[in-house]
Design a protein around this ligand. Structure first.
Ligand code: AVI
Length: 319
């Protein structure tokens, strides 16, 4: 089976299990096809979605400090997981290139076209930059890289992507990263912070409805790829932020009762009026939670960087 066939089978199994369950769920991991990627790009430009601007502010403000912290006598490898279009990373790359730091940039992404686009735009922007894009799943590529590189690694995971994982899975993710790190490596990771609940609520229920379309893309994909007949417009997006746990939860809610058939799965599912499909969590953190997660994974916090409004933090984690 090819990688695509395996991923399709996983998606089908997930849809089957998630829609048969009570309450129903579908994972946000499957939002990201070409259309989902574009919608996420639009989300990052929304006025309500403060996360991107806040992390940009952190990197821009601390770029000289980060250059010094990351640099090492025999150079280093800067490895980015889920690089996307690299808007924020470019600020750091410029700082490193302008100061003639010895490093190689290795963006890893599941999408080959994302890697190609990013590599081409970087070659135009920084002709002297050594870029080695790698397509694949994070840990497969990281294991491969660990076998041949002796230089210190700095692993970047930006955008609070960890927030889309339940704590248990976040610990598992951090542990896997720790396992491939050696003592001179570091992990630079973004964690969106707890703050005024309304600011968080608004970031995930924007006035233009882009986040709704982003969530609905799960249903569009099922219709297109599995011969489904979801009446997508009858499903409205709802966001619920719980300030106690710091968890923002996304749902799609059926505004009318409906019967949905997914021909390729031989599956019929009925929805009562106001029945939900839970689609995503976006966890918000504070230092205590990050410290707890890191400790569980065998990592320690070496440094903390925050933006001017104290909305977002990047943590430098070490083994
Ligand atoms: C990718 N991830 C960190 C985003 C977030 O903030 O949870 C995905 C997203 N969902 C709705 N808006 C953005």
């Amino acid at each position: 089976m090819t990688k695509q066939e395996i991923f399709k089978k996983e998606f089908e199994q997930h849809v089957h299990d998630g829609l048969k369950a009570f309450p129903k769920y579908l994972s946000s991991k499957y939002i990201y096809d070409d259309k989902g990627d574009k919608l996420f790009q639009q989300i990052m430009d929304l006025p309500e979605y403060y996360l991107t601007g806040a992390e940009y502010n952190i990197i821009n403000k601390h770029k000289a400090d980060l250059r010094e912290t990351f640099s090492s006598d025999n150079g280093f490898d800067l490895i980015e997981l889920g690089a996307g279009d690299g808007k924020k990373t470019k600020v750091l790359l410029k700082e490193l290139v302008d100061n003639k730091v010895d490093f190689k940039y290795i963006p890893i992404d599941i999408s080959q076209s994302a890697i190609d686009e990013l590599s081409n735009s970087l070659t135009d922007l920084f002709p002297s930059l050594d870029v080695q894009g790698e397509q694949g799943t994070y840990f497969k590529v990281l294991e491969k890289l660990s076998q041949y590189t002796q230089r210190p690694k700095v692993i970047l995971v930006l955008g609070s992507n960890i927030g889309n994982l339940e704590h248990e899975n976040a610990i598992e993710f951090l542990t896997q990263l720790k396992d491939i790190m050696s003592d001179h490596d570091s992990l630079f990771m973004g964690f969106d912070q707890k703050k005024d609940p309304l600011t968080i609520q608004n970031a995930y229920s924007d006035s233009q409805g882009v986040t709704q379309e982003f969530n609905r893309n799960l249903l569009y994909r099922i219709n297109k790829e599995m011969n489904g007949n979801f009446p997508v417009e009858q499903f409205e997006h709802w966001e619920a932020y719980d300030p106690e746990t710091g968890t923002a939860k996304s749902y799609l809610i059926a505004t009318e009762p409906c019967e949905v058939e997914i021909a390729d799965l031989n599956l019929a599912v009925s929805f009562k009026k106001w029945e939900t499909i839970h689609t995503e969590i976006s966890q918000k953190y504070d230092d205590d939670i990050v410290e707890w997660l890191s400790k569980k994974a065998g990592l320690t916090i070496a440094e903390i960087y925050e933006d001017d409004r104290k909305y977002f933090k990047n943590y430098l984690l070490k083994r």
